[in-house]
Design a protein around this ligand. Sequence first.
Ligand SMILES: *Cc1c(COP(=O)(O)O)cnc(C)c1O
Length: 463
Amino acid sequence: MATKAADESRLARLDVLALAAERARRYVREIGGRRVAPSDQDLAMLTRFYEPFPERSTDPAEVIAMLDELGSPATVATTGGRYFGFVIGGALPASMAASWLANAWDQNLALRVMSPVAAELEDIVLRWVSDALGLPPHCAAGFVTCATTANFSALVAARYALLAKAGWNVVERGMFGAPPIDVIVGEEVHASMQKALSLAGFGMKRVVTVEADGQGRMLAGRLPKLTEHSIVCIQAGNVNTGAFDPAEQICARAKEAGAWVHVDGAFGLWAKVSSKYHHLVAGFEQADSWATDAHKWPNVNYDSGIVIVRDEAALRASMTATAAYLQPSARREPMQYTPDASRRARGIELWAALKSLGRSGLAELVDRTCMLAQRFAAELRKAGFDVLNDVVLNQVLVSFGNAETTRNVIRLVQEDGTCWCGSTVWKGTTAMRISVSSWVTTEADIDASLAAILRITRTANLR
Ligand SMILES: *Cc1c(COP(=O)(O)O)cnc(C)c1O
């Protein structure tokens, strides 16, 4: 009897998987034709989720049906090809499918022994990532949720290394009373880096801020005196303009002084794979640590960030946990390289994405999204609008007149639903931010989005 019950529950599980797959396939099939932001009606349906914690059980098939019927219409169509907000990748077919299979595996990659296959795949994909980004081959790395956690993890490793040189073991003694460390950032530092500085005990504001040029690039000539107690945080790809800090000059200065250079390269580092854009990434390989995202330009499913550190011992020492049941191992134990212990085996989807694209596919994805950003910028300029940045990568900033007009256009574009663009303020000017980051975006998507934006600027009588 027990076996029969187990058999039946296994079959029920298969049924609900088939049901979910069918619904997911329909979602994927229809997403390109849908409005990008959900309508007010779609959002109103979400109130039906509200109920007290159910006293009784519900058939899993019913749970999934409810999730799809109420939930799917209220998603934002970031996988559809006309989402240009923030820096949001789509999800490559190989990545999405690998995610389904890996979810069935449900592997915990705290330790190798918990999932030999996931551990091997992460070792392999790390080598591929270092190769793709042009980083030294023997760096240590951790698979984390996002670039913010990657920035945080790198700072913690830097903190360990610099304080160890000063004779202070920060793991044991903490930050109170430790020798001071100077942190240097650019004027256009990303909010993520500031948050990471706060989390790591450096303080968001307890930094030296270096002036930047009109594109947001740190002026290397304005760097303060660096020492072996300095951490310089530089950027590969400014979130507004796509601009890169002058890494070669900054790293040379830092190396002379014995300072640590950390790179926030959430999306920009991936330009390295393109023969058209790799010059922008020159010099960044000289740094000591790097943070990047696989869920942005490589179009891997959420959540997928990576921290890479040249000095393996520093990352390991700062992330080590010891307990009697954690056996020492000669090989890379994932939880000794990240703030997390238990975690999903997120390297699997990145492996699938990079395996399916190959170097040429990844380069083509970078080139195509940059080309589409250029197309956006050229057409907006042609229509008489002010493109505020040099479109060197996949980011475009456009103003439609004064701040109020620009904000109105952005609101109306979001409501219209053809595409989705966000807003920013660049050097005092309110602007629409357009980021082309999805593998699925085509010229037709750009043209349909441009037509919608230009129609809105006309009908709203804003010109
Ligand atoms: C997106 C971004 C981040 C933060 O990335 P998350 O994955 O959301 O943590 C940090 N820095 C830059 C330059 C970014 O573009």
